[in-house]
Design a protein around this ligand. Structure first.
Ligand code: ADP
Ligand code: MG
Length: 551
């Protein structure tokens, strides 16, 4: 990726730190080096442990470079939290996520990004980058003032990893659509641990040289002591968990469980070990935002000392003084285990991880992995039944159509990559959401093309590219000549691509099989590490390619 060197920065990183971050005395680890390189215009893949302060790198670099800093982030909670931090410091931060009504999102983008050139941080999800035509339009219009692009939790790009999100892989193409041939600002990819294969993949996706990798000096968490225990069955594990939790003064404890419901679910376990009245609660995807906030706050301030959680307790949660992480389930890989157990001892004080497992847990994990991948029926079902595309552009709201069905969404992205589904454009489907406060000849002309107001039909009738019609409409809205009467129907313009013939299908299924085999092999590697003895540390570090430097 080509980078521009910034014009002479008005502030040094230390001046920016002193001015905006009064609570932070100095940079630590390799933050300063990361910032200096970004300010010079270099792109980076910055690897540093959870809690080490990767956000500060983009916050300060963004401020020094000036203009608009775009941050792609995987979770709504993470986006809101990062925005809140910046706003408390008196900085301009804009967040886009599904918790904000669609009409409001358009207005925010128009007023805060398109028509306001003050320095600002803009947070969005990778799904929005993939599918939202207005975001793409606005960022393309303001591309000259984008000073930095940040991809947080960049391990989600890796198709080999357990956190893979298909829309993350669409980010390089998104950046191409935003910047075109224009000069590019530096790109900062942030993540904690990566194995060598995933690192190589991320570098390839974003065309980052090996020299762009900046590795923290403390990827190895020397304050963590890890043990694993094999048990016969669930009752034996439960009895052992009881012993562990009975130790007084064990400090804040996080117990990872597989399930949300049932006898061994998060809620039931929390109840069994005392419930909220005794400082024990649970955290999973079924809890409301309000409940999650309350639980996190209680855990942070110490009114709760033990939390039972699914892996939903993860990215972006910042509780420094967890002393013990118990795995009451089988992680699927050394990476996942090290990430999760790494939530202990973020304050650098001694902390422990204990993993309890049985042979059955490994078998269940194996089935879970195998079941995540789409097969021929999923691919054909999405192509022929759920999308049923024709040779003409039709409009689809991807997340309304396939949202919540991970295998269908994965199938969709596979079909796009294979060329069987052609994504022609991103925008809105009809004129219906707009109104003009005053007479607007351009809007009337669009209306005049068809009674239905369908953008695809207008483009056909006017013999213009879809993109031209879309951009004209967004331009009128951006200027204030049009207003929104209703929520815009975000959509993709799709058309049937090349047929899903036997050869294409075989190639697709081959790719999917390869990923499944890789994930299962990572599970095998991890279970071999567990079988090798009570201390998994050397095996885990070797699997992650982290040098086991002397503690
Ligand atoms: P990461 O993204 O690496 O997991 P965060 O960026 O969320 O971590 O930072 C974790 C915490 O560390 C934040 O509360 C942040 O304010 C704090 N922090 C970051 N850099 C420093 C520093 N140089 N000195 C002290 N605290 C810091
Ligand atoms: Mg972070």
């Amino acid at each position: 990726m080509s980078s521009t060197s910034a014009t002479q920065p008005a502030l040094t990183p230390h001046e920016a730190l002193a001015r905006w971050f009064p609570g932070i005395a100095d940079f630590r680890d390799r933050q300063q080096e990361a910032i200096e390189r970004l300010v010079r215009g270099e792109s980076l893949l910055y690897l540093a442990p959870t809690g080490s302060g990767k956000s500060l790198a983009y916050q300060v670099a963004g401020l020094v470079r000036g203009g608009l800093t775009i941050v792609v982030s995987p979770l709504r909670a993470l986006i809101s939290q990062q925005c809140a931090v910046l706003r408390r410091l008196g900085l301009n931060a804009t967040e886009l996520h599904c918790g904000i009504p669609g009409k409001r999102q358009y207005e925010i983008l128009r007023d805060e990004v398109l028509n306001d050139a003050r320095p600002r941080f803009l947070f969005l999800s990778p799904e929005r980058a993939f599918s939202d035509g207005f975001v793409e339009y606005v960022l393309h219009r303001v591309r000259e003032r984008i000073g930095l692009v940040v991809i947080d939790e960049a391990h989600c790009i890796s198709q080999w990893g357990h956190s893979f999100r298909p829309s993350y892989r669409g980010l390089p193409a998104f950046l191409d659509r935003v910047f075109g041939d224009a000069r590019r600002p530096p790109l900062l990819c942030l993540t904690a641990t990566l194995n060598p294969r995933e690192e190589a993949e991320i570098r390839a996706e974003f065309a980052l040289a090996e020299s762009a990798v900046l590795r923290s000096h403390c990827l190895r968490r020397t304050n963590l002591s890890l043990t694993v225990e094999h048990h016969e069955d669930e009752p034996a594990k439960l009895a052992r968990l009881g012993e562990i939790l009975a130790v007084p003064a064990r400090g804040k404890t996080l117990v990872y469980a597989h399930r949300k419901s049932g006898e061994y679910g998060t809620g039931a376990l929390a109840e069994r070990f005392g419930g909220p009245a005794n400082g024990v609660d649970f955290f999973d995807a079924d809890r409301s935002d309000e409940e999650k906030r309350t639980v996190l706050q209680g855990f942070l301030d110490g009114t709760l000392h033990t939390i039972f959680a699914t892996s939903a307790f993860g990215m972006g949660i910042d509780i420094p003084d967890i002393r013990l992480v118990v795995h009451y389930l089988m992680p699927e890989s050394a990476e996942q285990f090290y990430q999760e157990v790494g939530r202990a001892g973020r304050d650098a004080q001694p902390a422990r991880g204990i993993l309890l497992y049985s042979v059955t847990n490994i078998a269940v994990r194996r089935d879970l992995i195998a079941g995540q991948f789409p097969g021929e029926a999923d691919l054909r079902g999405v192509l022929d039944k759920r999308l049923a595309l024709s040779d003409q552009a039709t409009t689809w709201n991807l997340y309304d159509t396939l949202g919540g069905d991970d295998r269908a969404l994965a199938s969709f992205h596979h079909l796009v990559r294979a060329g069987c589904v052609a994504v022609l454009d991103r925008g809105i489907g009809t004129l219906a959401c707009f109104k003009s406060p005053r007479r607007c000849a351009a809007f009337d002309a669009l209306h005049g093309a068809t009674r239905t107001g369908m953008i695809a039909t207008i483009a056909r009738r006017q013999q213009r590219p879809l993109r031209a019609v879309r951009d004209e409409l967004f331009g009128l809205f951006g200027d204030g000549r049009l207003r929104l009467a209703a929520a815009p129907d975000k959509c993709l313009f799709l058309r049937r691509g090349t047929p899903l013939d036997d050869a294409t299908l075989a190639a697709l299924l081959g790719t999917i099989d390869e990923r499944r085999a890789y994930r299962l092999a990572a599970l095998d590697t991890f279970s071999a590490i567990l079988d090798s003895g009570a201390d998994p540390t050397p095996g885990v570090l070797a699997a992650l390619g982290i040098e086991a430097a002397p503690a």
